[in-house]
Design a protein around this ligand. Structure first.
Ligand SMILES: Cc1cc2nc3c(=O)[nH]c(=O)nc-3n(C[C@H](O)[C@H](O)[C@H](O)COP(=O)(O)OP(=O)(O)OC[C@H]3O[C@@H](n4cnc5c(N)ncnc54)[C@H](O)[C@@H]3O)c2cc1C
Length: 334
């Protein structure tokens, strides 16, 4: 493979029912950073049916160019037609980098494209950087999350990565930005082996944890399920949500949608209070981008203190009721 023929940073502009998901904008922000190093143009690949209008959004968030493939078989996501469309366009334009969100769709689509193109893919990255000559450095947890490793794909193109939602922040929208828009018309066949019968929105208990601005998170230090009520009460008082480390999901106390960490959600709240959580790397990778991190743990040597802006070495069974009472007394609002 002559890798010198491959140029440009591409992102997969994932949309659902004509609405871009935020991860697409997060990828664009990272692509802008990579462009500053390698100088390569940024292209958003937009697949769907009747997605016109989204190209302006993509350009205003950092894309230099948008390639749009509209076709009836792309109306609802299906692996084969989406992979067919992406592979045809990639083979034509030969990007050097192709980034997708590590969403359900991105995780399904990326390996299919990778295998068809005979290239490499790093799944579930937490960071990306680039060497001057265009080699993408892809950082992800390895060995059960105990170390972070950097992976490169030196001999093949495009260099493909899926990137966890919420690890980058979208840029501020610049509606005056101008970009190039290309409509590609491609022959695509319906995949008759699978049929989408209906799309049912995921049932949710309210605002999802990855969008919460305030989180009270509990871990294995919480002695009993009934004591989660303390965390719920505090979260309600400060307008937040309860999240948990994995052991409490394994115990069946909370749902996976509330789990923070490598195998749960990545969160980026303004404020997170960790209660009875030791700070295993698999937890930390899911919340370390929080603006303000507070911790209550009775072990002064707990690793979680290393990333906390504020900490109390205390037993939560004593401290949480005192905090709740104080907030009630002062009638504080967040
Ligand atoms: C592949 C893989 C993926 C994983 N993914 C995740 C993930 O997504 N999210 C995740 O959380 N974990 C994940 N884990 C598990 C992770 O390694 C840890 O086991 C887990 O995070 C530990 O949770 P914890 O901190 O709540 O519990 P512990 O490590 O048991 O810590 C409990 C803490 O509570 C404190 N404590 C106890 N009693 C009190 C008290 N009365 N008051 C105050 N503090 C008290 C203790 O001092 C201790 O620090 C994963 C593991 C693997 C191998």
């Amino acid at each position: 493979m002559d890798i010198s023929l491959y140029k440009g940073i591409w992102i997969f502009a994932e949309q659902k029912e004509g609405v871009l998901i935020e991860t697409s904008l997060e990828l664009l922000a990272k692509a802008v950073e990579l462009k500053r190093i390698g100088g390569e143009e940024i292209t958003a690949l937009l697949l769907g049916e009747a997605v016109a209008g989204l190209e302006d959004v993509l350009i205003s968030y950092g894309a230099d160019q948008v390639i749009i493939v509209e076709h009836p078989v792309l109306k609802t996501y299906k692996t084969i037609p989406y992979a067919d469309a992406a592979v045809k366009v990639i083979n034509k334009y030969k990007p050097s980098v192709f980034l997708l969100g590590a969403t359900a769709i991105g995780r399904d689509l990326a390996p299919r494209i990778m295998a068809r193109l005979g290239t490499g893919l790093t799944a579930d990255c937490l960071d990306l950087s680039m060497e001057k000559e265009g080699t993408l450095i892809q950082t992800k947890p390895s060995y059960g999350g105990n170390i972070m490793c950097s992976i490169t794909i030196p001999m093949h193109r495009p260099q493909m990565s899926t990137v966890r939602p919420k690890v980058f922040s979208p840029m501020i929208e610049e509606t005056h930005r101008k970009g190039n828009i290309i409509h590609e018309s491609i022959d695509l066949a319906e995949d008759n082996r699978t049929q989408v019968m209906s799309v049912i929105p995921k049932a949710s208990s309210g605002q999802s944890i990855d969008k919460a601005e305030v989180i009270v998170a509990g871990g294995r230090g919480i002695k009993d399920k009934t004591e989660m009520a303390l965390l719920e009460e505090l979260a309600e008082l400060i307008g937040g949500r309860v999240g948990v480390s994995r052991p409490l999901v394994d115990e069946g106390w909370m749902n996976h949608e509330e789990q923070i960490g490598q195998s749960g959600n990545t969160v980026k709240p303004k404020f997170i209070l960790n209660v009875g959580i030791s700070g295993a790397v698999q937890y930390i990778v899911g919340m370390q981008k929080a603006e303000c991190i507070l911790t209550i743990n009775k072990n002064p040597a707990a690793d979680i203190f290393d990333i906390s802006g504020f900490g109390a070495v205390a037993d939560y069974t004593e401290l949480l009721p005192a905090i709740i009472a104080e907030i009630k007394n002062r009638k504080l609002g967040f």
